[in-house]
Design a protein around this ligand. Structure first.
Ligand code: NAD
Ligand code: ZN
Length: 381
């Protein structure tokens, strides 16, 4: 089968690989119909995630058709069209039972730090992902969800990560009626978080990025204010000025680690003197939030990124909430929102590529070319 194959930092290819097989009675094999590239894949692509092995297939956002099931799979049958949460979760462990599917203790038993994730290096279990014609899905009674009536395939695709993550970012912010919410990052996650902030009763939503086309997209998609940090001397002071010098009630970090080469050039171009592995957006979030406010972190950081200004957190009494999204916990509510047209997550898809063009797709998304917001790979266009 054709599959995305990691060859090293900034080098990916579409290559031939063996079709995956059932390895466990609870496995299913899917024929992938659509898969996304996520900002989280860019951390892998940039070589910033430890133990990302050459030959791995990325892809944790995918939908497909069930081809084969192990003999303990009861909830799926061949031919079902399913969406699959990006977390691999057993559904039985102490964490899954609390709805903390991203912390599953069984799917990545070698780690106490992170549960299993499709296509996310050996730190997340070493599972191959869905940027391929076929994918093996472990614990198939738990994750895969039959795409409900009235949900378009590409909306379903956005339910595997982007929409739940944007929603969880807003939820972790503990937004109260009338709150001012600042979202750092106008990528797929940031603009979705901004859109979802209104559902929790925000009175004002502000997005910060440095890419004009994304700011413009955020204004339209999330009906928010959006500002370019490159045009500010000091983004924190700017945000204080427009919030009566109090700061925001809630700040959301939808950026993550500064490890991206492309982004670093821009930032060093502004002489902000930052190093790879630092956390610019998170610093801004902590410094721009009100005393007693909440900082919600969905941006992904690596083990060495530990540059949080903890003194400011303590002195201001800031609450920090963070996490990989527990997709399955949020699916029932979000499926309803999509069915009722409260949310239209597929509207952020700007690019569709055949799977064989995966190298070009990664390049365009990573370098933020061609006004790309969210790219989708199609194995059989
Ligand atoms: P993306 O790369 O498309 O978007 C990131 C955006 O941040 C870009 O538009 C970039 O210009 C902007 N940016 C860079 N530095 C900034 C700064 N200092 N201030 C404001 N904006 C800045 O990625 P994405 O798909 O939107 O993902 C965003 C983050 O969310 C990534 O770190 C990704 O790994 C993470 N993520 C987390 C989860 C989770 O479960 N917690 C799930 C999906 C994605
Ligand atoms: Zn993702």
């Amino acid at each position: 089968m054709l599959a995305m194959n990691y060859r090293g930092p900034f080098r990916v290819r579409a290559e031939d690989k063996p079709v995956p097989e059932i390895q466990h009675p609870q496995d299913a094999i899917l024929q992938v119909t659509r898969a996304c590239i996520c900002g989280s894949d860019l951390h892998l692509y940039h070589g910033m995630v430890p133990d990302t092995r050459v030959g791995t297939t990325f892809g944790h956002e995918f939908i497909g058709v069930v081809q084969e099931v192990g003999h303990s799979v009861r909830n799926l049958k061949i031919g079902d069209r399913v969406l699959v949460p990006f977390n691999i979760a057993c559904g039985q462990c102490v964490f899954c039972k609390q709805g903390l599917y991203s912390c599953c203790h069984e799917s990545n038993a070698m780690s106490t730090a992170i549960g299993g994730v499709f296509g996310y290096s050996h730190i997340a279990g070493g599972f191959d992902g869905g940027q391929a014609e076929y994918v093996r899905v472990p614990y198939a009674n738990i994750g895969p969800t039959v795409i409900p009536e009235g949900i378009d395939e590409e909306d379903a695709l956005m339910l595997t990560d982007v929409l739940p993550t944007g929603y969880q970012a807003a939820e972790m912010g503990g937004i109260k009626i009338g709150d001012t919410v600042v979202v750092f990052g106008a990528g797929p996650i940031g603009i979705t978080a901004a859109r979802c902030a209104w559902l929790f009763g925000a009175g004002r939503v502000i997005v910060i990025d440095h890419l004009e086309y994304r700011l413009e997209f955020a204004r339209k998609y999330a009906s928010c204010e959006a500002y370019n940090f490159k045009s500010m001397d000091d983004p924190v002071l700017f945000l204080k000025r427009i919030t009566d010098f109090l700061g925001a009630d809630v700040c959301i970090d939808a950026v993550g680690s500064d490890a991206c080469g492309n982004m670093m050039q821009t930032i060093t171009g502004k002489k902000l003197k930052l190093q790879a592995g630092s956390a610019t957006a998170l610093h801004w979030a902590i410094n721009a939030v009100k005393k007693g406010g909440i900082v919600s972190i969905v941006g992904v950081y690596g083990p060495t990124d530990n540059l949080v200004p903890i003194g400011n957190v303590v002195n201001k009494g800031v609450t920090i909430r963070a996490g990989q999204t527990s997709v399955k916990r949020l699916l029932p509510k979000l499926i309803e929102h999509v069915q009722n047209r409260v949310l239209r997550p597929k509207d952020i898809i700007t690019h569709r590529f055949a799977l064989e063009d995966v190298a070009e797709a990664y390049h365009i998304f990573s370098a933020k070319l061609d006004e790309c917001i969210k790219p989708v790979l199609i194995p059989h266009p």
